[in-house]
Ligand binder design. Structure first.
Ligand code: NDP
Length: 287
C-alpha cells in the first residue's frame, strides 16, 4: 500500500525533499508518494492544509520555511513535541501521536512535532569523522537553524561553544533561553560575541547564517582559524568555506545535513533505518 508524505512550504518548488525521500523508499523497498505542498503564508491556511492531509490518510509531513514555528504552535496545543522540537522552538517533521489516537483522540488533535535538523547536522559531521567529543566549537548565527543545533551539539559531547552573531543580544537571549530549557545545555561552557570579534582557534566552525543568500561575506578576523569548517548552506560557491579551505581546514557544505535530517524524518515515519552514505552516493549522481 502506498504511504503518502508531503513537504509543506512557501515557496516550495525548489525543495529537493521529494527526490531524497524517493531514494530512501527505493532503499527501504517500500512504496511511497512524496509531494511538494504549497501553502499560503498564514497560520490558518497551514492548519487547514495539514489537517486535510492527515485526515485523508497522510502518514507524515516535512515542514519548511516559513511554517516551522507555526507547526510548533500547532503541535504544542495538540499531540505534543519532542525534546529537540521544544529546544529548537520549531518543527520540521509532523506525524500522528499513535498513543493519543489509540486513546480515542481525533486525528486533528493528535499532531506531533519533531525536529531532525540539528541531529541531521551532527550525523553528517560524525559520518565525516570530524571529532565532536570535547571539541571547541564556534557557531555563527543565532536564527532558527543555529537554535536547532545547540542541544544536539551538547548531546554529542562537545567541550565548549562560542556563539557569534551580527546581533549579539539575540545570541545572548538564545543562550539564556536554551540553558533554562535543557540541563544538557551548559551555559558555563558557552560564550557569546559579535561575529567580527570571533577570534582564536577552534576545532570546528559552523556557519548557520543566511548570509550566503545575499552574496555578502562574513566579517572574519584574520586570527580566526579552525581544523574543520561547515556551512549549512549548499548548492552554490560558499565564500565562508573558501576562506577556511585556503587556510588548510577541511570543509563541508550542508547538503549532507539536508539528507541527514530527511533520513531521520523517514525513519520516524516508517521505522526503516536509512544507509545515508549509500543514499548520498545515489543522490549525488543526479546533482
Ligand atoms: P534565520 O533567518 O532564522 O537566521 C539568519 C541568521 O543569519 C541570523 O543569525 C542573522 O543574524 C544572520 N544573518 C543574516 N544576514 C546576515 C548578514 N548579512 N550578515 C551577518 N549575519 C547575517 O535563518 P535560519 O537560521 O533558518 O537559516 C540559516 C541558514 O541555514 C540558511 O542559509 C538556511 O538555508 C540554512 N539551513 C540549512 C539546512 C540544511 O539542511 N542544510 C537546514 C536549515 C537551515 P541577525 O540575528 O543579526 O539578523
Amino acid at each position: 500500500m502506498t504511504q503518502h508524505f508531503i513537504v509543506i512550504g512557501n515557496p516550495i518548488a525548489h525543495s529537493k525533499s521529494p527526490e531524497i525521500h524517493e531514494q530512501f523508499a527505493v532503499q527501504a523497498g517500500i512504496d511511497i508518494s512524496y509531494q511538494r505542498q504549497y501553502c499560503p503564508d498564514d497560520a490558518a491556511s497551514f492548519t487547514a492544509v495539514i489537517e486535510a492531509f492527515f485526515c485523508g490518510g497522510g502518514v507524515g509531513a516535512n515542514v519548511t520555511v516559513p511554517f516551522k514555528q507555526v507547526a510548533y504552535d500547532c503541535c504544542a496545543k495538540r499531540g505534543g513535541l519532542s525534546e529537540h522540537a521544544k529546544t529548537a522552538g520549531a518543527v520540521n517533521t509532523l506525524l500522528l501521536n499513535k498513543a493519543l489516537l489509540e486513546s480515542g483522540v481525533p486525528i486533528t488533535e493528535a499532531l506531533y512535532g519533531d525536529n531532525t535538523d540539528g541531529q541531521g547536522l551532527i550525523n553528517h559531521i560524525m559520518s565525516m569523522d570530524w571529532p565532536l567529543t570535547n571539541a571547541r566549537v564556534a557557531l555563527i548565527g543565532a536564527g532558527g537553524a543555529a537554535r536547532g543545533v545547540i542541544l544536539p551539539l551538547f548531546e554529542a559531547g562537545i567541550g565548549s561553544l562560542t556563539i557569534a552573531n551580527r546581533t549579539v543580544s539575540k545570541a545572548a537571549d538564545l543562550v539564556n533561553e536554551l540553558s533554562a530549557a535543557s540541563s544538557v545545555i551548559d551555559d558555563q561552557n558557552i560564550e557569546v560575541c559579535a561575529t567580527n570579534e570571533l577570534s582564536s582557534s577552534f576545532d570546528i566552525i559552523i556557519n548557520a547564517t543566511s548570509i550566503g543568500l545575499s552574496g555578502d561575506t562574513l566579517p572574519l578576523d584574520d586570527a580566526l582559524n579552525c581544523q574543520y569548517a561547515y556551512d549549512m548552506m549548499y548548492g552554490r560557491p560558499l565564500p565562508f568555506l573558501q576562506h577556511f579551505s585556503a587556510r588548510g581546514a577541511q570543509t563541508s557544505e550542508g547538503y549532507g545535513m539536508l539528507i541527514g535530517q530527511a533520513a531521520l524524518s523517514f525513519e520516524r515515519w516508517t521505522g526503516h533505518t536509512i544507509d545515508v552514505a549509500q543514499a548520498t552516493t545515489a543522490l549525488n549522481k543526479d546533482r
